[in-house]
Ligand binder design. Sequence first.
Ligand SMILES: [Zn+2]
Length: 260
Amino acid sequence: MKGKRSLQEEVMMSSPKFRPRFLLFTLAMLAACTHAPHSSATVADQTAPPSAALAAPPAPRPSVTIIDHDIFDQQRLAMTRQYCQLHYGTASERLETPKMIVVHYTASPTLQKALDFFTPDRNSRDDIRSGGEVNVSAQFLIDKDGTIYRLAPEDRVCRHTIGFNQVALGIENVAEDKDALTDAQLEADAALIADLAARHPSIRYLIGHYEYQDRSLPHFALRTELDPSYHPTVKIDPGERFMTRLRALLKERYGLTFER
Ligand SMILES: [Zn+2]
């Protein structure tokens, strides 16, 4: 996405099928401007083929309020650099170019319990202990009422999706399980993702955490893991129903479609 153009429009503009029609339309507009200024609309209307991209009203810009709550201190930054060196081969905590968004739920019932889990610097989970000391987290945490908290700057690596943390922004939703996710969270996720896509044109993929190990999906080409002994864990969050509703809302409200 560049400027106000949607991902869908971007695809249409670059597709071979669209280009000649767009060129024809442009030539018609130029001709109309040069030779018949008073009837340009008529000429353009007659010459330009009907096109959804041209006819559709611009997608609304998302209105998003984000509350900054940075949980990183110097020790956690150092641990993140160690993690990145071990798994991605670069001793930097910088997420230079976000290419995908991964949606999660916390498996905890309240915002406070989620913060209590994410805030300590050091990981407490046995199943991922071999992967490094730094605790898990995500750049964003969305409460049940849709309030959005930013736990780390958008250019910082957070440990949330094995193999993809160096290219993926993470969104955690406060919920014990898939049935506890709220409509307010669905709305907030969609608005935040539309906002992120507008500000980071490099974002191309959107997945639920449960999809991250699916080799048949295009995002899998981005996977990097230099430690062969570090095995991915099986994930079920945030569930297929939430992702289906989220993708539908993104398309309907913001005209956005992402690859998986
Ligand atoms: Zn997850």
